[in-house]
Ligand binder design. Structure first.
Ligand code: NAP
Ligand code: ZN
Ligand code: ZN
Length: 349
């Protein structure tokens, strides 16, 4: 089937309308009528060729929510009309230790929702800035929020799980002091989730103008990282830091805020490297520097269910598909409050 989408033909070209094809649903496939798709900073990195290996045409989008439009003959878990989501992956090998552990995100054969090899035309996956998508049921998530919240659920599929996974893995909760660095799409979800998990949350921002917002999102303390005294006051106080910043920066400024045995997890994925941290900043306090990539399917469902139960959604600004290029520029300026979401109805020709 042919569907309307938004994408780019080269890294130095703006996104525009593009017609793409989707396979007919196979026996285990779910066809989804996409209602909304969040706009992740990774979309920008990928479509502009800032990470290696972008193939064109590139249709980004991996924060997908919508309703099931059709199911294959052997699909057991979903029925037409169900509210569902698709995140950053649409397949994996299904037989390695990572897949067996429900950590398909770390499978060497993980197939990203866009820019990954596929037998479908045009030979690489095309993402959620589109009207419909067809996905194997194993990689489809159930959305239990009220349907009226659907647009604001979309960002949970990447920004939500990418912050949830390290918060859970490093056991953020009561008695823990957790820093969230960068208040953008990921960071604002990190604040909400860490707070809901019971941690003491300290938000770090380069933007004084986000102070009030960060408090409203659930931060107990807000530190403007350009203020040396405010940074020094947090020295050796944090158990865990989730760093979402999308650009290279001085990691030592944050590592020195960790207690003995504290960990800073990098989830931001800048296109050029950070300056190396000081080794002594790690060894003197047995600190750890770690990374984390999105999350597996079971933990994504766990996060969605937790959010439905606790009434958590993203703070969004809805845009039409034609506004995407301008939205990217605002994202680069750190001026998104706090996630753009494309209304898929505006993709219609
Ligand atoms: P975003 O909405 O643009 O937020 C990034 C935030 O970082 C900004 O709002 C800003 O917050 C802060 N920042 C400080 N200095 C910056 C600078 N020079 N350039 C850009 N941002 C700066 O982006 P996002 O969608 O949350 O994504 C953040 C990063 O995570 C991206 O690199 C993305 O590719 C990556 N990512 C990784 C994964 C994973 O699995 N590991 C998943 C999704 C996204 P303040 O104004 O508060 O300083
Ligand atoms: Zn993303
Ligand atoms: Zn695997």
């Amino acid at each position: 089937m042919t569907v309307n989408a938004y994408g780019a033909h080269a890294g130095d070209q703006p996104l525009g309308p593009i017609a793409i094809t989707r396979r007919a649903p196979g026996a285990h496939d779910v066809e989804i009528d996409i209602a909304f798709c969040g706009v992740c900073h990774s979309d920008l990195h990928q479509v502009r060729g800032e990470w290696a290996g972008t193939v064109y045409p590139c249709v980004p989008g991996h924060e997908i929510v919508g309703r099931v439009a059709a199911v294959g003959a052997h699909v057991g878990g979903f029925a037409v009309g169900d509210l569902v989501g698709v995140g950053c992956m649409v397949d994996s090998c299904r037989s390695c230790p990572d897949c067996d552990a429900g950590l398909e995100n770390y499978c060497d054969g993980m197939v990203g929702t866009y820019n990954a090899p596929t037998p479908d035309a045009p030979g690489h996956t095309l993402g959620g800035y589109s009207e419909r998508i067809v996905v194997n049921e194993r990689y489809v998530l159930r959305v239990r929020h009220d349907p009226s919240q659907l647009a604001a659920v979309a960002p949970l599929l990447c920004a939500g799980i990418t912050t949830w996974s390290p918060l859970r893995h490093w056991q953020a909760g009561p008695g823990k002091r957790v820093g969230i660095v960068g208040i953008g799409g990921l960071g604002h979800m990190g604040i909400k989730l860490a707070r809901a998990l019971g941690a003491h949350v300290v938000a770090f921002t380069t933007s004084e103008s986000k102070r009030r917002d960060a408090e409203a999102l659930g931060a107990h303390e807000v530190v403007v990282s350009r203020d040396p005294e405010a940074m020094a006051a947090q020295g050796r106080r944090l158990d865990l830091i989730v760093n979402t910043v999308a650009a290279p920066h001085d990691l030592d400024a944050y590592l020195s805020l960790l207690k003995r045995d504290g960990t800073m997890v990098l989830v931001g994925a800048p296109s050029s490297p950070h300056p190396s941290p000081q080794v002594f900043n790690l060894i003197m306090k047995r600190r750890a520097l770690a990374g984390s990539m999105i999350g597996g399917i079971p933990e994504t469902q766990e996060m969605l269910d937790f959010c439905a139960e606790h009434g958590i959604v993203a703070d969004i600004e809805m845009i039409e598909a034609s506004e995407i290029n301008a939205a990217y520029e605002r994202m680069l300026e750190g001026k998104v409050k706090y996630r753009f979401v494309i209304d898929s109805a505006t993709l219609k020709a």
